[in-house]
Design a protein around this ligand. Structure first.
Ligand SMILES: [Zn+2]
Length: 118
């Protein structure tokens, strides 16, 4: 078997994090190898955080870093209820106005419970 150069993409402290990035990378077609996740009889007895290495092929390193950067950037915020510029009231979770088809504008004022009338 031919050996390909490999590189450490990142280190996480939990298996949950490692699994999250692994799934995202593999979803993009990048083979991922996890190091330090095997259940070790000694691991549980040791103090301190575990270091779980996420390893990819050297050739995939740049693409992997871009994917990880994107994951860290994207906040998964729910869209709150909002008032469209056309006057329609759009329920939360909808990014498009049901009335005019306009897109949700994050800068626009969302409907709040303590609205000041004046
Ligand atoms: Zn509208």
């Amino acid at each position: 078997m031919e050996e390909k150069p490999m590189a450490r993409l990142m280190v996480t402290e939990t298996e949950v994090d490692a699994g999250f990035y692994k799934a995202a990378l593999e979803g993009s077609g990048i083979p991922v190898f996890i190091s330090g996740m095997e259940g070790s009889a000694f691991g549980a007895a040791l103090d301190g955080p575990n270091e779980i290495e996420i390893i990819v092929y050297q050739k995939d390193l740049e693409a992997s870093q871009a994917i990880v950067a994107e994951l860290d950037e994207e906040p998964e915020d729910e869209i709150p209820a909002w008032n469209c510029s056309c006057g329609a009231e759009v329920d939360e979770g909808f990014g498009v106005c049901w009335s005019c088809g306009g897109e949700y504008d994050a800068a626009a004022k969302s409907i709040d419970t303590d609205s000041n009338s004046g």
